[in-house]
Design a protein around this ligand. Structure first.
Ligand code: F3S
Length: 402
C-alpha cells in the first residue's frame, strides 16, 4: 500500500505512540484487503464502547490510546453499557458504571464527541453524498451508505478509532464504485405497514442471501424510520452494510437490475417472524423500543401514545442524550415518564448487561430481536411501535393482526 510522506511519518511515530499504533492498524487492514492507499475521512463513528463488550482489556487499550492520541476529524461515539446519569435506576452496579465511565472519559480526552448514540445523523453528524467515512456501528454504516450515499466500510472499534486519530481509512470495499453495485434483485411483495415490517424485510433478505447487496423493488414508500429499521436489520442478519431501494435511495438509479432475484412475499415474512419469535409467550417482562436510537419524531409519537396512560409492563426507550435533552425541553420526556415508561439515554438494551433480568421481551426492532435472543437469551417478539405501547399498557401480549 502506498503511503504519503506524512503517513509514513505517522507510522514511524513522528506524531506520538497512539498515532503510530493507529497507523499500524490501518496499514495492516489495508494490506489484508489489498487497498492501494489511504483515503482522508470526513467523519468517524466508533462502536465498541460498552464495558460489557470491551472488558478490562478494551478499557486498557482505550486508556493507553488516550495518553497522546487526539481525533483529527469529527468523531462520534456509540452507546455505552448504561445511561450515564441514571444507571442506578437501570439496575446497573457501581463497579460496572465506574469502569464504563473511564472508557467514555478516555474517548472524551481523545477529542471524541461522546454522543453515545448509534444514530449520529439524528444529532448533527449528517454526511453528504460521496463523503468518505470510517463508521463502525452497523446500522449507522448501512444508513450512511444506503440512505445518504456516503461511503463507509463497517469498521471495527479499533480501526474506527485509528481512523479518527489519523484522519484516514484504507481504500477498499464500499469506498469503491464496483463494490456498491447491487448483487440481488429483491421484489418486496409482502405488505410493509410499519418500520418494524421493514426490519423484518431486512432480516428475511439477510437470512435468505447472506452477504448479498440488495436492490429492493416495492410499491411502498418507506419513511426515514423504516429505512433506519431496514439499515439495522440487513447487516445484522446478512452482514451486508448497504442496500438500494428503487426510486428512493440515491444510488439505486445508477444500477441495472441484478440477474439473481428473491421474492419476499407474505409467507416469507411470516416464516422470518416465526424464527425471530421462537419461544415467545404472552407474558411480557419488558417492552423496549429505540433500536436504533429513537429520533425526536419517534419520541413525539410515543408521548402521544402514552399521554395520560399508565404502563403495566416496563417500557424502556433508548435514545441519544442530545435527543433526550430536546425531548425534555418540549415536555415529551415528562409525558412519557409520567406513564411509568423510562427513557434511557446513551445506551440500549443490547449493549447493557441485562442477561438474566428478563425473559419475555417485546420490541419494534428486528435487530433488537437478534441481539436480545443472541446476547441475552431473551425470548423476543416483534411488533409495531403502537403495538409495543399497547402491550406495555396491557401488561401482556395482545394479539396482533398480521
Ligand atoms: Fe443501536 Fe443498540 Fe440497536 S447500538 S442499533 S440501539 S442494538
Amino acid at each position: 500500500m502506498q503511503l504519503s510522506d506524512m503517513e509514513r511519518g505517522m507510522l514511524e511515530g513522528e506524531r506520538g505512540d497512539a498515532v503510530r499504533t493507529a497507523m499500524e492498524i490501518l496499514v495492516a487492514l489495508g494490506e489484508i484487503f489489498d487497498a492501494d492507499r489511504l483515503l482522508p475521512v470526513r467523519s468517524v463513528q466508533i462502536a465498541g464502547v460498552s464495558y460489557h463488550n470491551l472488558g478490562d482489556a478494551g478499557l486498557e487499550f482505550v486508556e493507553q490510546m488516550a495518553t497522546d492520541g487526539r481525533a483529527v476529524v469529527p468523531t462520534s461515539l456509540n452507546p455505552a453499557g448504561m445511561d450515564p446519569d441514571r444507571y442506578r435506576e437501570m439496575g446497573i452496579d457501581a463497579e460496572f458504571a465506574a469502569r464504563q465511565m473511564r472508557i467514555v472519559e478516555a474517548f472524551r480526552r481523545m477529542g471524541v464527541n461522546t454522543t453515545l448514540t448509534c444514530t449520529p445523523y439524528h444529532v448533527g453528524l449528517v454526511p453528504a453524498r460521496d463523503d468518505t467515512l470510517a463508521w463502525s456501528e452497523s446500522s449507522a454504516v448501512t444508513y450512511a451508505n444506503s440512505v445518504l450515499g456516503a461511503r463507509s466500510n463497517r469498521e471495527g472499534g479499533p480501526s474506527a478509532l485509528a481512523a479518527a486519530l489519523c484522519g484516514r481509512t484504507p481504500r477498499y470495499g464500499l469506498h469503491l464504485d464496483e463494490t456498491r453495485r447491487p448483487t440481488l434483485r429483491v421484489i418486496a411483495a409482502g405488505s410493509l405497514r410499519c418500520p418494524a415490517d421493514w426490519g423484518l424485510l431486512g432480516a428475511a433478505i439477510g437470512q435468505q442471501r447472506p452477504g448479498a447487496l440488495p436492490l429492493i423493488e416495492t410499491a411502498e414508500r418507506p419513511d426515514q424510520v423504516s429505512l433506519k429499521s431496514l439499515a439495522a436489520a440487513l447487516p445484522t442478519f446478512g452482514g451486508q452494510p448497504m442496500f438500494h431501494v428503487a426510486g428512493v435511495t440515491p444510488e439505486a438509479a445508477r444500477h441495472a437490475l441484478p440477474a439473481d432475484s428473491l421474492c419476499v412475499d407474505a409467507a416469507l415474512l411470516r416464516a422470518t417472524r416465526e424464527r425471530l419469535e421462537i419461544g415467545a409467550e404472552d407474558r411480557v417482562d419488558l417492552v423496549t423500543v429505540g433500536c436504533p436510537h429513537a429520533s425526536l419524531d419517534e419520541l413525539e409519537q410515543l408521548a402521544r401514545l402514552l399521554a395520560d396512560r399508565r404502563v403495566v409492563a416496563p417500557l424502556w426507550i433508548s435514545t441519544a442524550p442530545a435527543i433526550c435533552q430536546q425531548a425534555a425541553k418540549r415536555g415529551l420526556s415528562q409525558t412519557i415518564e409520567l406513564s411509568g415508561a423510562r427513557i434511557w439515554s446513551g445506551t440500549c438494551f443490547a449493549v447493557a448487561p441485562l442477561k438474566g433480568r428478563f425473559t419475555q421481551v417485546v420490541t419494534n426492532s428486528a435487530k433488537g430481536c437478534y441481539y436480545g435472543a443472541g446476547h441475552n437469551l431473551f425470548r423476543m417478539r416483534l411488533a409495531s411501535l403502537e403495538r409495543c405501547v399497547q402491550t406495555a399498557l396491557a401488561g401482556r401480549w395482545s394479539e396482533v393482526d398480521r
